[in-house]
Design a protein around this ligand. Structure first.
Ligand code: IPE
Ligand code: IPE
Ligand code: MG
Length: 240
């Protein structure tokens, strides 16, 4: 039986690459999109658990800038699912004090999805419970490039002095703004790569890979990831 997690040493920020929905469905002889639907339930449970134990920030990778390469039907299904998730869950999330934030470029999303998201963000913006970041049309490289462009514009118009630019200032220009970096990044489905997720912010994150497919991810799995995190020795380049 796994030990108990130490609630006084929780990761402040957990980020998850929710992978394996398609394979979960295919294993059952079902269309891939059914896996996405099942994955929504895993998101619901994960948010609830993180909120209950007092995690400050949960970031989930929902749709990457590269996922547009998928068949149109799958992309449309994912967008509709997201719209539905927002519509159905926002009441409960708000009730539980969850604050929703979007990381990424919403411009390319369907109008209805954008509207539903915006409503949820505005409704929950003053909440003080779990901050729930949804990385949507998110790419780490696109994010860094966008921050660079902003910075260059400010330097050119004289509002920022190039010599005053430091890591903290640059971080602030990213979608994550003031958020602390993720302490723990979990990827499900057995793949061991970052896939363009939180490239800057993940510089010193503890990485955790599990073979579990995202729709099968549950509280027990998250608890064991937190336990593993608590057994790691984070040195940040220094010595013990
Ligand atoms: C993750 O599951 C969800 C998204 C990327 C939107 P996948 O759809 O990537 O599932 P697999 O990796 O094909 O099994
Ligand atoms: C990463 O999963 C993106 C999300 C979970 C949204 P992918 O399934 O798109 O990643 P690759 O293609 O296996 O690297
Ligand atoms: Mg995948």
């Amino acid at each position: 039986m796994p030990g108990e997690i130490d609630l006084s040493r929780l990761p402040e920020h957990i980020a998850i690459i929710m992978d394996g929905n398609g394979r979960w469905a295919q294993k059952r002889g079902l269309p891939r999109v059914i896996g996405h639907k099942a994955g929504m339930e895993a998101i619901r449970k994960t948010v609830k658990y993180c909120s209950d134990i007092g995690i400050k920030i949960l970031t989930v990778f929902a749709f990457s800038t590269e996922n547009w390469k998928r068949p149109r039907d799958e992309v449309n299904y994912l967008m509709n699912l997201l719209t539905e998730y927002m519509r159905k869950e926002v009441g409960t999330l708000h009730h539980n004090g969850v604050k929703i934030k979007i990381l990424g470029e919403p411009d390319m999303l369907p109008a209805q999805t954008r509207a539903e998201i915006q409503e949820a963000v505005i409704l929950t913006e003053h909440n003080r419970g779990l901050q729930f970041n949804i990385a949507l049309n998110y790419g780490g490289r696109a994010e860094i490039l966008k921050a660079c462009k902003k910075l260059v514009r400010c330097i050119n118009d004289g509002s920022i002095d190039i010599d005053s630019v430091d890591e903290a200032m640059f971080s602030n220009l990213l979608y994550t703004g003031n958020d602390p970096d993720p302490d723990l990044i979990i990827r499900t489905s057995g793949e061991q790569r970052i896939s363009n997720f939180l490239l800057w912010q993940g510089a010193y994150s503890e990485l955790m890979f599990t073979d579990r497919l995202w729709p099968d991810f549950d509280e027990k799995e998250l608890r064991s990831a937190i336990l593993e995190y608590q057994s790691r020795d984070r040195r940040f380049g220094a010595l013990k």
